[in-house]
Write a new protein. Structure first.
Length: 318
């Protein structure tokens, strides 16, 4: 039996609604095409514990579409879906729904002789207080030590208790122990300038608990710093992504940036001031420059530059 394990989808429609809805639907289509028998969402399927009606509607439509294609769905909660340390959104919207597993095992009902697949699911609101006994696979949602991030629970204990541990929370591939693996996220949930090669999911085979990481090539949120001249190439190479570009250029260049549905601009004006000494009788060059920088056209074109130049003039005169 094939089991797909997906972490940190963070479904939200609060910003960039059309982009977020489109790529979430693409994700569901990709999962259906992979033909697993079970899909496990390993926490933070929803971005917040109090989603909008529209977000919940998209959530339930996705579950129905998966099930209509013969795929069983299991959900555990993540920290973003938690209302308290021990309760989550799902305790209220899916209290008697077998798709939501707070802490427990998934079963293969066709195999009466060995109904327990040996796969334990334990969400963020339960894993830290659960009694952990030796088992094959644990799927949970926890944060391990990484950089400035501090460990939420004794991950080493989980590593020693289970044959393999898959965790949601960190949005990239990372293994704090040889048998502990982060599922990553199916796509970037925030704007990133990092590589897009490590977004995907885990496909687990229950017969021997072997697994592989499968990359997804879904639309991401991408950010970059660039000069005006680099913009056309960046747009060309990132047609399917949502781009946030910090563009440096002159006022004229920035005013002529192409309008694209998938591009958000942050404009940075390059201030360049060239001073040319002109020999004119009876005129002090610095006095002439002082008059020039107070001109309204100069002030409009180079905001915040007047005082800098005046200070420099005083320094030169002194």
């Amino acid at each position: 039996m094939k089991v797909a394990i997906i972490g940190d989808v963070h479904l939200t429609l609060r910003k960039h609604k059309e982009f977020e809805e489109k790529r979430f639907k693409l994700l569901i289509d990709e999962l259906i095409a992979a033909k697993p028998q079970i899909i496990i969402f390993a926490g933070d399927l929803l971005d917040v514990a109090r989603p909008s009606i529209e977000e919940l509607g998209l959530f339930y439509l996705a579950l129905a579409k998966l099930e209509n294609n013969g795929i069983k769905v299991k959900i555990i909660d993540g920290n973003h879906e938690a209302l308290t340390e021990s309760t989550s959104l799902y305790d209220y919207i899916m209290p008697d729904d077998k798709r939501y597993i707070k802490d427990g095992y998934i079963y293969h009902i066709r195999n009466v002789a060995q109904p327990n697949l040996g796969i334990r699911l334990s969400g963020w609101t339960s894993v830290k207080t659960a009694k952990h006994e030796e088992g094959h696979v644990l799927i949970t949602h926890l944060r391990a030590n990484h950089g400035l991030l501090k460990e939420e629970y004794d991950i080493k204990h989980l590593s020693e208790t289970y044959g393999t541990v898959f965790m949601g929370d960190l949005h990239f591939r990372y293994s704090p122990y040889d048998n502990v693996h982060y599922t990553s996220s199916p796509y970037s949930t925030k704007f990133t300038d990092k590589s897009l090669s490590d977004y995907g999911y885990i496909m687990l085979e229950t017969q021997d608990y072997s697994w592989e990481y499968r990359n997804l090539n879904l639309p991401c949120k991408v950010k970059a710093k660039c000069n005006f001249a680099d913009v056309p190439e960046l747009i060309k190479n990132n047609k399917k992504h949502l781009l946030k570009l910090e563009v440096s250029g002159t006022l004229e260049e920035l005013e002529s940036l192409p309008v694209e549905d998938n591009v958000i601009y942050q404009k940075v004006v390059q201030e360049s001031l060239v001073i040319t000494q002109v020999q004119t009788p009876n005129t002090n060059v610095l006095d002439k420059l002082s008059t020039y920088v107070t001109d309204s056209d100069f002030v409009e074109k180079y905001p915040n530059s007047e005082q800098k130049v005046q200070d420099k003039i005083k320094e030169l005169k002194g």
